[in-house]
Write a protein that binds this ligand. Structure first.
Ligand code: ZN
Length: 44
């Protein structure tokens, strides 16, 4: 599937966890700037 350059630039860059710098999925945006793993670590 082809993506127009205009559509490409509308796409936001992948979010990265502020703790481990791992790229996060869009679905984790409700967790702020931390990935699932780091969130779990904080809950301990
Ligand atoms: Zn993390």
């Amino acid at each position: 599937m082809l993506i127009k350059s205009t559509e490409f630039f509308k796409t936001l860059p992948p979010k990265k966890c502020v703790e481990c710098k791992k790229t996060m999925d869009e679905q984790h945006e409700c967790y702020g700037n931390h990935c699932n793993e780091c969130m779990s670590n904080q809950l301990k």
